[in-house]
Design a binder for this molecule. Structure first.
Ligand code: TRP
Ligand code: ZN
Length: 881
């Protein structure tokens, strides 16, 4: 398998560019098979690295899958001996320190299935250049520290009436042969990864936003005609995000126009190209009839995320790709705070923490483990990870927690002002935070360089005679690939203490009831005085650091925290711990071959939660959700898939039966049949209502299935319809389920996104999502291997969300995934490399599964030449190289 081109790039080897590009002038003559790209660059020697009396180094231009037609310098064709095409690019020998370079290339968007560079989606031209896709469009110094002013001219047949690029439209004409010719200019210097072009027969909705300084910005959202009715929510979200960034960060939008385009074929969620964001349709289009509440909230968050990049990413960009978290971690933190302000703060935090604990912690403990700022990579696309994004956001959040709101704002103001128009590093961000506040984040920097999830072990002691309570916290971080010895981190641990009535205790003479402990040593003791009786600690409030916290809470103490903790996140967390404890106990019984005992304390805890009508229904729904199989798997070393599945089902059914009357009462009270809105309170009610419905159906009462059937047939909004359908599929009689699924498909087959929901419902179903069905779905007419959303819905739905069927004992699930990964690697390497993730965890399973998973991975490795994306993941997972 060894791929001679799979080179490792190291952060320590970073060198500033030899040449800068002041101006980039591009002309595209669009054609599906032969698009002509003409690039005119004003190039000059980088004064920062130039030495006097030197011979000029060659100019390196990255390029891949390009047909080179011509190269000229200052208007003269360059003779062949002056340039050399090499794997990955073009080297030119240069005889002057400043010149105009013209390069002509030909590309074939139609043949581009990698969805990187210029490609076609349903006949619409679009681009994706981050991280290194621009080199698939033309030869160029495709690195983020080369920033240039771009002018883009697009020429296309009149059947593509909408021609878009970054910045402002400065010209539009019809050519003699009746084609359209449009020119755009972006006045802000940017790296090539922020370039974008769109051409198609598109409709748009338009609105405007008045900025804090009184400028009017035109807002346009482009889609194919059939989707024009699904734009309102994204447009409203955009305006909220623009206002929020002015109010919370003092950031004003800088161009006169902001455009969003929805495309069906897209590798990720969306892309922040300057002035022209391109979105995966699933992350921007929504109507109540077709999109679930989760989709509405995801759209709000992603629209904001991409918008926020205009400052955190575009105006201030990354020096190199090792600094990716500089823009992604910071921007995820910004969008999370925005979502928290728009909706329920506690629920948003809970959702983010679930993602961290299930998936980021697993990444940290696996073969691809890397720091927030990686030291090396083979393929940068593989580093758009939960660690860089989500843990990166936690690192920024910790700075916010350590410094406080106002100091953080002083730091971000200084950062934006000091580095506007520049390509900078994570270090520059931390320095700005320090300089603005005379703060010391020296030890804190280790969060950027040290991989792995720290474990905190907490013990406490109380002396009644002295009224003294102390917490002792020990921290350690397990070894990760290439990093055996870990140093202590600077960890903010937010805490409170509860007295026996559940009231908060003052923690010091100032009387505050909550504080942030600065844990900096491997072991440290914090003492509190004037404590009249033994308190119960509420630890790591709001998940103040991305760590695993261990403290020997009893069930009774957890139930007490669930009821009395003033921190809503920790109330949920106490409930989760109670559920985890119960499920772990059940697993021990299962593995010992003993009869499973009903989880009495958990049922008691859930009953109390259901009875507490003062709690936010969304929080109740989260509290009543058992940890996922994936999260349970994350808890242990020797994963026994069968045991996890069995005890989860057992606990769920026991809870369902014991609390059936309560679930029914709550369901009826919440089934209010109001017109749909995506407002937080309504989403909260629907989420609890549907949680109740699922438990009711799990309890196995025929009347409950009738409730689900009624809710399904009413079809009032997609949230309720999909939840009812999922319950019917999971718990109803088989042939009926088939009928419901068929009816649903018949109704929605014209709607791409609902069909994706329909695929996902089946592939992720423990009961229905068998391998046979998943294979059948892959030959369904609505399936398209070239569309990542479809592949994610069917294949990833099965491999990542269907623990039961994927881990079938005969190993057929693993083999199926291996086959799909091998096939996809030929079409879309980025997607293949992501899809293989479940197989990379083989070391964590019991011998039986472990051997089967490893064999599947080995088979991929032996299947022939792999893309550099897949090669990196597979070779690191097998532990070679
Ligand atoms: N920068 C994008 C974001 O906001 C990430 C992204 C979009 C991306 N498309 C991509 C990364 C394709 C790699 C490849 O998060
Ligand atoms: Zn981003």
């Amino acid at each position: 398998m060894k791929d001679s081109q799979a080179r490792t790039i190291y952060l320590k080897d970073y060198q500033a560019p030899d040449y800068l590009v002041d101006r980039t002038d591009l002309t595209f003559d669009l054609d599906p098979h032969a698009t002509l790209v003409t690039s005119r660059l004003k190039v000059r020697r980088n004064p920062a690295v130039a030495r006097a009396e030197e011979t000029l180094p060659p100019l390196w231009l990255d390029g891949s899958d390009l047909e080179l037609l011509s190269v000229s310098v200052d208007g003269e064709l360059l003779p062949a001996q002056r340039y050399q095409e090499k794997p990955g690019g073009l080297a030119l020998s240069v005889d002057r320190a400043a010149f105009e370079l013209e390069v002509q290339t030909r590309i074939a968007p139609e043949a581009n299935t990698s969805l990187e560079g210029l490609y076609l989606s349903n006949g619409m031209y679009c681009t994706q250049c981050e991280a290194e896709g621009f080199r698939k469009i033309t030869f160029y110094p495709d690195r983020p520290d080369v920033m240039s002013i771009f002018t883009t001219t697009i020429v296309a047949p009149a059947t593509y009436p909408v021609l878009l690029s970054n910045g402002n439209r400065i010209d539009s004409t019809t050519t003699e042969d009746g084609r359209l010719r449009v020119t755009w200019e972006d006045p802000f210097a940017k790296p090539s990864y922020l370039f974008a072009l769109v051409a198609g027969d598109l409709q748009h909705v338009e609105d405007h936003f008045t900025t804090c300084s009184g400028r009017t910005v035109k807002l346009q959202l482009f889609t194919e005609a059939r989707n024009i009715g699904k734009c309102a929510h994204a447009m409203a979200s955009l305006k909220h995000a623009m206002r929020w960034d002015e109010e919370v960060y003092g950031r004003e939008y800088d161009l006169d126009i902001f455009m969003i385009v929805a495309v069906d074929h897209f590798n990720m969620g969306a892309m922040e190209n300057k002035g022209l964001n391109i979105f995966n349709s699933a992350c921007v289009l929504a109507s109540p009839e077709t999109a679930t509440d989760a989709a509405f909230q995801r759209i709000e968050a992603i629209v904001a995320h991409e918008y926020f990049h205009n400052w955190s990413g575009n105006r201030v960009t990354c020096r190199d790709w090792f600094q990716l978290s500089l823009k992604e971690g910071f921007t995820v933190f910004r969008d999370a705070e925005f979502s928290a302000d728009m909706n329920s703060r506690a629920v948003k935090r809970i959702e983010d923490v679930i993602l961290l604990r299930t998936s980021q912690f697993a990444e940290d403990a696996g073969p691809m483990s890397h720091p927030v700022r990686p030291d090396s990579y083979m393929e940068i696309s593989n580093f758009y990870t939960l660690t860089v994004y989500e843990k990166g956001a936690e690192v920024v959040r910790m700075i916010h927690t350590l410094l406080g709101e106002e100091a953080f704002r002083r730091g971000s103001d200084l950062y934006f002002e000091r580095h506007d128009g520049c390509a900078v590093t994570c270090e520059d961000f931390v320095v700005a935070m320090e300089d603005a506040n005379s703060a010391d984040l020296k030890q804190f920097r280790r969060w950027y360089s040290q991989a792995g999830t720290p474990v905190l072990e907490v013990t406490d002691a109380y002396s009644e005679a002295n009224g003294e309570y102390s917490l002792t916290i020990r921290q350690h971080t397990p070894a990760t690939p290439g990093q055996n010895d870990k140093l202590p981190l600077h960890i903010p641990v937010k805490i409170g203490l509860l007295d026996e009535s559940g009231s908060p205790l003052p923690l010091d003479t100032s009387g505050r009831e909550e504080m942030v402990l600065h844990l900096t040593e491997a072991e440290q003791t914090f003492t509190f005085n004037g404590i009249a009786s033994r308190p119960l600690p509420s630890l790591l409030r709001g998940f103040s650091a991305p760590v695993k916290l261990r403290y020997g809470y009893s069930s009774a103490q957890l139930q007490f925290l669930m009821r009395h903790d003033s921190d809503p996140f920790n109330r949920w967390d106490a409930c989760q711990r109670l559920a985890l404890d119960s499920l772990c106990k059940l697993q021990q019984q299962y593995r010992a071959g003993a009869a499973l005992e009903s989880p009495g304390t958990l049922i008691e805890g859930f009953a109390a939660v259901l009875d507490d009508v003062t709690l936010d229904p969304a929080l109740v729904a989260k509290m009543l959700s058992l940890p996922s199989a994936q999260e349970l798997a994350e808890q242990e070393g020797d994963i026994d898939a069968a045991a996890i599945i069995a005890v989860r089902v057992f606990a769920r059914d026991a809870i369902a039966k014991a609390l059936e009357a309560r679930f029914l009462a709550r369901y009826r009270a919440l089934d209010r049949r109001k017109p749909y809105t995506p407002a937080a309170e309504d989403i909260a009610e629907r989420s609890l209502k549907n949680t109740c419905l699922t438990y009711l159906c799990a309890a196995g009462n025929a009347d409950s299935l009738t409730l689900a059937k009624t809710q399904f047939e009413r079809g009032e909004n997609m949230t309720d319809t999909a939840a009812a359908l999922a319950a019917l599929v999971e718990f109803g009689p088989e042939e009926q389920s088939e009928n419901f699924l068929e009816a649903f498909y018949q109704q929605w087959q014209q709607d791409t996104q609902v069909v994706e929901t329909w695929f996902g419902l089946q592939s992720g179903s423990a009961k229905f999502g068998t391998l046979e069905r998943v294979q059948k779905l892959m030959s369904h007419p609505a399936f398209d291997v070239k569309n990542p959303n479809k592949v994610r819905a069917v294949v990833a739905g099965f491999a990542m969300r269907n623990f039961t069927q994927f881990h079938r004992e005969d190993g057929s699930g693993y083999n199926f995934l291996a086959d799909q990964v091998i096939a996809l690697d030929k079409l879309n390497p980025q997607i293949a490399a992501r899809l293989v993730t479940p197989l990379t965890r083989w070391r964590k399973y019991r011998a039986e599964e472990s051997g089967q998973i490893r064999a599947a991975l080995q088979r991929i490795s032996d299947s022939g030449k792999l893309s550099s994306d897949l090669y990196e993941v597979v070779s690191k997972s097998l532990g070679q190289d």
